[in-house]
Design a protein around this ligand. Structure first.
Ligand code: G6Q
Length: 540
């Protein structure tokens, strides 16, 4: 890495590698004021990280040195920053708070954005109110989203996260090409009252087309072809293929190639969300994201939440050689946020060549994993507390619960605070010894147990403490992570918006699929050939 500040960070790491998190607080009484940010209803505490103000100065300097300022401009203005696909990256245009003309390929895209959003909102209102009828005259009760990857994870995560704001419509997601998945879904469907939303940006995705075909076949065992327009609608950029597939033109919701799959829940890909919570909550989700966009675009780097958090990841990933990061939402509603972010982050920044096509000599994409707290405390937290690896973690929590009238929230919050405290403070031998004495253990027992019961502490975490889980705050939270991805991509000098890595497996799967019905499978490697032969024994 040629950045000057990168070199400074290497020596900065030498200065920090022996420091204890607790020492930072002794050394600077104002640390918490300096290393926390309050924005709208977000309070972000990054003081429990292994760095100080000087480190942040160099990190923000590095952001400047890597041209982040200009890059943010190019991102929001619609420059074709997805160079390998020759596309702009404009999910932000779908949620802009101050719409003004935005040109892509010489055309203002804003009128179309507004028109498609209106089409989506009008349709959602008709379905929710019961005005939209199925073939037998009954109102729709159940929506099935057929899509995968970006056409599934975002809508599914948000629909689940906003459970509290949902209307009467049941929403199910079918994604996997595994036939058992779709059959399990079909089992529970009533053809008269189910609406199928086929979501595929390309409309060429094997999983989505196979599931749609299977569902359509099943549907036609109950209804005639003339019923299809009332029950099948599609979201896609590929209007030609959707029409050829038999979807009525008025039932197609367009999207554009300047929205990447994993960033598309703000577009018509979010139709299932809009159906589940209604246009007004969907609009709030957009507004929340738009607010975060404004913050990211305008706040100086030292007060910019996505920038600061991106820099913290780089600090650990590239200087502490940390491999993974955990994301722990203390909300059961957000149990699938880690899986959603896994795709957004790892598909975007899992790249091994730089923008010039040269192999990279430093680490890029961080590995993301996690689960909801407090459940995770009873599962993998053992490794985070006492294992050999350092795992920086984001703890995400909400101060106000959505349901009142029980005493759970204080318990949840005490766990939420206790975990980051325990990771930082650990438990020293003195404390453990005292506890064991109090329990009446003998000296011999105490000495034997001591090493197992102590915690070295000094494990970093960041707390994102948000007032309440509302559509607006969820929008801001997701947008925060989107921009964090962007910042990391700029500093690592990689292209974050393509995903060529997904292609090879798809190509090979197509080749192998053809080989199931042929005798000649010689072109495969010996291991794959044996697997194919083994499988053939079970095919009927
Ligand atoms: C996301 C990826 C990928 C994509 C799926 C579905 O950024 O590109 O996950 O969303 O492969 O693609 P379609 O929407 O084209 O079916």
């Amino acid at each position: 890495m040629s950045l000057k500040s990168w070199k400074l960070l290497e020596s900065e790491f030498q200065r920090h590698k022996q420091t204890k998190l607790t020492d930072y607080f002794y050394e600077d009484a104002e640390r918490i004021q300096k290393l926390s940010l309050q924005w709208e209803s977000f309070y972000v505490d990054y003081s429990k990280n292994l760095l100080d103000e000087k480190t942040l100065d160099i990190l923000t300097e590095m952001a400047k040195e890597s041209g982040l300022d200009q890059a943010i401009g190019a991102y929001f203005e619609g420059s074709k920053i997805n160079e390998t696909e020759n596309r702009a990256v404009l999910h932000t245009a779908l949620r802009t708070l101050n719409p003004k003309p935005l040109m892509v390929d010489g055309k203002d895209i804003t009128p179309k954005i507004n028109a498609v959003k209106q089409q989506m909102f009008d349709f959602a209102k008709q379905v929710i109110s019961g005005e939209w009828k199925g073939y037998s005259g009954k109102a729709i009760q159940h929506v099935v989203n057929i899509g995968i990857g970006g056409s599934d994870l975002g809508p599914a995560m948000v629909t689940e996260a906003l459970e509290f704001y949902r209307n009467h419509l049941k929403v199910t997601f079918v994604s996997n090409v595994e036939g058992d998945h779709v059959e399990e879904v079909i089992k529970k469907l009533d053809p008269e009252t189910t609406l199928f939303v086929i979501v595929s940006k390309s409309f060429t995705t094997q999983e989505t087309l196979s599931n749609t075909n299977t569902i359509r076949k099943w549907f036609l065992t109950h209804a005639t072809k003339s019923a299809i327009p009332q029950h099948f609608i599609a979201v896609s950029t590929n209007l030609k293929m959707v029409t050829e597939f038999g979807i009525a033109p008025e039932n197609i919701f367009a999207m554009n190639d300047w929205v990447g799959g994993r960033f598309s829940l703000w577009s018509t890909v979010g139709l299932s969300i809009c159906l589940a919570v209604g246009p007004s909550h969907f609009e709030d989700l957009l507004q929340g994201a738009g607010k975060m966009d404004e913050h990211f675009r305008t706040a100086n780097f030292k007060e910019n939440i996505p920038v600061i958090l991106a820099l913290i990841t780089i600090w650990y990933n590239n200087f502490w050689e940390v491999e993974t990061e955990a994301i722990i939402p203390y909300s059961q509603y957000l149990r699938n946020l880690p899986a959603y972010l896994q795709q957004a982050i790892m598909e975007s920044n899992g790249k091994g060549v730089d923008r010039n096509g040269k192999p990279i000599e430093y680490q890029t994409g961080n590995i993301i994993w996690g689960a909801s707290g407090t459940n995770a405390q009873h599962a993998f937290f053992q490794l985070m507390h006492q294992g050999t690896k350092m795992i920086p973690a984001d703890f995400i929590g909400f101060a106000k619960p959505l349901h009142k009238g029980n005493d759970h929230q204080d318990k949840l919050m005490s766990n939420f605070f206790a975990q980051t405290q325990a990771l930082m403070l650990g438990k020293n031998t003195e404390t453990v010894r005292k506890e064991l004495i109090d329990q009446g253990k003998s000296n011999e027992q105490i000495e034997a147990l001591l090493p197992f019961k102590m915690f070295e502490g000094n494990r970093p975490s960041t707390t994102l403490f948000i007032e309440q889980l509302t559509p607006r705050n969820l929008g801001s939270l997701i947008a925060l992570y989107e921009h964090r991805i962007f910042v990391q991509g700029i500093i690592w000098n990689i292209f974050s918006y393509d995903q060529w890595g997904v292609e090879l497996g798809k190509q090979l799967a197509n080749d192998i699929l053809k080989d199931f019905d042929t005798e000649e499978i010689e072109q495969h490697d010996p291991s794959t050939r044996a697997l194919i032969q083994h499988y053939k024994k079970f095919r009927n």
